[in-house]
Write a protein that binds this ligand. Structure first.
Ligand code: CP
Ligand code: NVA
Length: 310
């Protein structure tokens, strides 16, 4: 049995296998074919944070696969009143076939997975957002980008930046990460990515200068400066991130056919300008729709590994 907690637990072949599955199921769904790969299976979805895309894509995804999703808000669960994670895990995983969790500390997700009898999927933690990266790579491929592409991440050294690090390190991409001083990626995660990059040949560089990252890039991406849970730091962050907005001027340094990705929600006038966002909206909303297809690929892949001994 396998969990989907961070991309670091996956080989390049496995990530590409999941993406191939997502592409296949997307095609079948678009052609109006039924995709009952998880008939009568149940997916528990535990949310400790807000969500639009993750919730809708997992719930619609499991339904289209022939199963059913249970939306479980932590404020309604006993977990919100102090029931231990390990007990919640043992109970829910005895009744459901798969669990998706969106929470704060990554360790909570790991604790849940440790006690779970069924595959657990990371629907975002403070450290990683791996399901988004499967989507982003799928979207890159659809727009003619791939292993030889240079990706520039401009913004906060947060869960999205960490997930880009892992994806690039495993697939062997060139990634340039530009963060303001004091908002760099977590050093342990960087260390892990650089270790993985040694065998894949990935080229990863870090800078505090957005232009340096974007120059000649094939893909430019960013994320909110204020992640869920950081609302109290809003005023300080908006000041500290001055100069890090991806606008048309900065984007013009990228290749002529470059694309702009954003996991959403986007805050125009902060991490991205209104003008660039609207100009790139075809890519951005295809990326958002791809959450549905990527989710199905991930769930079907994990389900196929249920009986396997590692
Ligand atoms: N990108 C993303 O995960 O969106 P939600 O927070 O709406 O799920
Ligand atoms: N970094 C953001 C991603 C939202 C999808 C957050 O954690 O809030």
């Amino acid at each position: 049995m396998r969990h989907f907690l961070t991309l670091a637990d996956f080989s390049k072949d496995e990530i590409l296998e999941i993406i191939d599955l997502a592409v296949k199921i997307k095609k079948q769904t678009k052609m109006g074919e039924k995709v009952p790969y998880m008939e009568n299976k149940t997916l528990a979805m535990i949310f400790e944070k807000s969500s639009t895309r993750t919730r809708v894509s997992f719930e619609v995804g499991i339904y289209q696969l022939g199963g059913v999703g249970l939306f479980l808000s932590s404020s309604d669960l006993q977990i919100g009143r102090g029931e231990p994670i390990k007990d919640t895990s043992r109970v829910i995983s005895s009744m459901c076939d798969m669990v998706m969790i969106r929470t704060y500390e990554h360790e909570k997700l790991e604790e849940f997975a440790k006690y779970s009898k069924v595959p657990v999927i990371n629907g975002l933690t403070d450290s990683y957002h791996p399901v988004q990266l499967v989507t982003d790579y799928l979207t890159m491929l659809e727009f003619g980008k791939g292993e030889n592409s240079v990706v520039a991440y401009v913004g906060d050294g947060n869960n999205m930046a960490h997930s880009w690090l892992m994806l690039s390190a495993i697939l062997g991409l060139e990634l340039r990460v530009a963060t303001p001083k004091g908002y760099e990626c977590d050093s342990k995660i960087v260390e892990r990515a650089l270790e993985l990059a040694k065998s894949s040949g990935a080229k990863i560089i870090f800078t505090n200068e957005p232009k340096e990252a974007v120059e000649g890039a094939d893909v430019v991406t960013t994320d909110t400066w204020i992640s869920m849970g950081q609302e109290a730091e809003k005023e300080k962050r908006v000041k500290d991130f001055k100069g890090f907005m991806v606008d048309k001027e900065l984007f013009s340094l990228a290749k002529d056919d470059a694309i702009f990705l954003h996991c959403l929600p986007a805050y125009r006038g902060w991490e991205v300008s209104e003008e660039l966002f609207e100009e790139q909206s075809k890519v951005i909303f295809q990326e958002a729709e791809n959450r549905l297809h990527a989710q199905k690929g991930i769930m079907v892949w994990l389900d196929s590994k249920r009986g396997e001994v590692e």
